[in-house]
Write a protein that binds this ligand. Structure first.
Ligand SMILES: [Zn+2]
Ligand SMILES: [Zn+2]
Length: 317
């Protein structure tokens, strides 16, 4: 089977990978296509020390499983696979299971391949009204919705979103739906323009004022995002961290202590809300698609995704 394999710092396209082994409660899924995420690019720089098939944002068809209602369905899948026994797993929080594996990120081959396996309970049917191109955004959009799940954002809040990349453009749309006072600060005019057209206020990062925002979201994907956020958050305010990078960060936390700032780490979120938003067309992901590649051109696709100005790159399996 075809797969894009990452091993010891090298990515290679392979035509003869063994089929993924299907565990008892898992489904075998034929991948239609995947989205390339900044996390994939960070992994190729050493983040998570992962070896295997990359990719965790996908849409596919269930080819084989024990549930006849699922077989043949088009699905997106939650990426965390827990042990099913620990206190996290028992409370439906397997994303924090200490023994978890994570699709394409930790001990589990991902979606840059013809086939993958995932537990059946991780799967969500994708309604027909959502296209394949839109469906690869379910996972990152769910990650964006994690923010409004984790903290209460209201119309009264002054919110600044740092970043204008793939994830930031999704988060911006969700915060905009709430109707809070929102400004999105980035470095790329052409990316900010996508949001401007949606009626979202944008600015260049260098134009921000100190200590004026109740909530600052760091979706810069840059090691300096937290420092920037800490400069503009109000005393008593909150910083939401969405950035994971391979590079080490050094940072002086004193001001955050003095200003009693709350820091919230944020990762995976609710798939149902993401699917709903795509179904209701309250979020528009189509302007975020830069280019589509075939799996065999995966190396080129990853390089393209890492270039300045590139947004979502799609890999067809
Ligand atoms: Zn991702
Ligand atoms: Zn567990």
């Amino acid at each position: 089977l075809k797969a894009l394999n990452y091993k010891e710092g090298k990515i290679s396209f392979q035509k003869d990978c063994p089929a993924p082994e299907q565990q008892p409660k898992e489904a075998l899924i034929r991948v239609i296509q995947s989205g390339i995420c900044s996390t994939d690019l960070e992994i190729t720089k050493g983040y998570m020390h992962f070896d295997g098939v990359l990719g965790h944002e996908f849409v596919g068809i269930v080819e084989q499983c024990n549930d006849s209602n699922l077989t043949g369905r088009r699905v997106a899948g939650e990426i965390n696979i827990g042990c099913n026994h620990c206190s996290y797993c028992k409370t439906g929080n397997s994303k924090h299971c200490p023994a978890r594996s994570v699709l394409g990120i930790l001990n589990k081959n991902g979606s840059f391949a013809e086939y993958l396996t995932l537990p059946m309970k991780n799967l969500h049917q994708v309604p027909d009204s959502i296209s394949d191109d839109e469906a690869v955004f379910v996972e990152p959009l769910a990650a964006a919705f994690a923010i409004t799940d984790q903290l209460c954002v209201t119309r009264e809040h002054e919110v600044c979103l740092l970043g204008d990349g793939r994830l930031a453009l999704l988060i911006a749309q969700i915060l905009h739906l709430i109707g809070c006072s929102l400004v999105v600060a980035g470095r790329h005019e052409e990316k900010l323009d996508i949001l401007k057209k949606m009626g979202i206020q944008t600015t260049l990062s260098c134009n921000l004022f100190d200590k004026v925002y109740d909530i600052v979201v760091d979706a810069t994907g840059s090691p300096s995002g937290l420092e920037q956020a800490s400069g503009i958050v109000k005393p008593g305010g909150k910083i939401v961290l969405k950035t994971t990078v391979a590079k080490e960060r050094s940072f002086d936390f004193n001001q955050l202590v003095i200003d009693e700032v709350t820091i919230i780490g944020s990762r995976c979120g609710p798939f149902d809300q993401a699917i709903n938003a795509l179904k209701e067309k309250s979020v528009d992901v189509k302007p975020l698609i830069s280019k589509t590649f075939e799996l065999k051109d995966g190396l080129e696709a990853l390089m393209f995704a890492g270039e300045k100005g590139a947004l979502k790159v799609i890999l067809k399996s």
